[in-house]
Write a protein that binds this ligand. Sequence first.
Ligand SMILES: NC(=O)c1ccc[n+]([C@@H]2O[C@H](COP(=O)([O-])OP(=O)(O)OC[C@H]3O[C@@H](n4cnc5c(N)ncnc54)[C@H](OP(=O)(O)O)[C@@H]3O)[C@@H](O)[C@H]2O)c1
Length: 323
Amino acid sequence: MVGLFSLVTGRPGPTGYGSATTAEEVTEGIDASDITVLITGGASGIGLETARVFALRGAHVVIAARNMQAAGDAKKLILESIPDANVDAMKLDLSSLESVRAFADNFITAGLPLNILINNAGVMFCPYQLSADGVELQFATNHLGHFYLTNLLLDKIKSTAKETGTEGRIVNLSSIAHLHTYTEGIQFDGINDESRYNDKKAYGQSKLANILHANELSRRLQEEGANVTVNCVHPGLIMTNLMRHSALLMKVIKIFTYMFWKTVPQGAATSCYVALHPSLKGVTGKYFLDCNEMSPSNLAVDAKLAKKLWDFSEGLVRSAQAQ
Ligand SMILES: NC(=O)c1ccc[n+]([C@@H]2O[C@H](COP(=O)([O-])OP(=O)(O)OC[C@H]3O[C@@H](n4cnc5c(N)ncnc54)[C@H](OP(=O)(O)O)[C@@H]3O)[C@@H](O)[C@H]2O)c1
């Protein structure tokens, strides 16, 4: 367990890593040359640094991005410092289930293996808006798109793990913000209700959904005996484009809370640790912060809520397909 003291001082937790650890440090000495990793939102922020460090360790990196110009620039940036990097970019808009389907079809048609899926993309504190499928945008992008993507790629992840004998890993980027959600956790009876919409709680709800999704999927995979783990991370507080809807507020908050903020290389450390570190072999259904395991909220470990969210999400996907 890591506490506030460790967060501020960077003192390592039981794993030997802490809030000051960078993604490069946590993957030091790991050879990922037989790994294919897919990173959603890999064109900026934490996702881009995660992509760069995976490329540095020799992995085949697939950046999934809605903005192909940004993805091309990200690839160029990585190649500038790692000339032999194996990086590809593919189009994915998580706020459209049709786009998610098309992405998964393209990925599978390309015949690529898939060892690691990092569900990293996200939006935060958006003004009320509906996705292409008529679902509140933060829930649609952060949870539903990733839920559908993961389901569509699951057979590929399982078969890659079986064929290679290497454990498959799925990592969901959640947030400490999962603590700040609606009273009932997930507003099943009004996911799109504009009159009850609160941009901060809607973000917290979507980040709670990331943990519930990981836990239910982890349970299902364990039941099947699949060689695939699913875990969640809170990357820390990092100034990125994520703050675009609250840039001024965040800059003011940062003045008073500067000791809690991380750099982007530190912010990508927990994702890289959970996705790649050999010490986490077989570890599944857990939540990590500063490269150490931590307990999320009571709602986040509610197995009934996780099952309910799974069924609800399947229902949303079905009704989008019927439209
Ligand atoms: N930064 C923090 O302090 C913090 C704290 C806790 C959790 N997190 C989580 O960390 C993850 C990464 O965030 P970040 O800080 O690195 O922010 P970021 O730089 O804004 O990265 C988010 C990425 O997601 C992409 N994205 C947004 N909507 C998308 C969509 N509909 N389809 C496909 N991609 C989409 C963005 O693409 P565009 O550039 O096109 O928008 C961007 O590349 C998020 O899940 C976030 O919730 C971050």
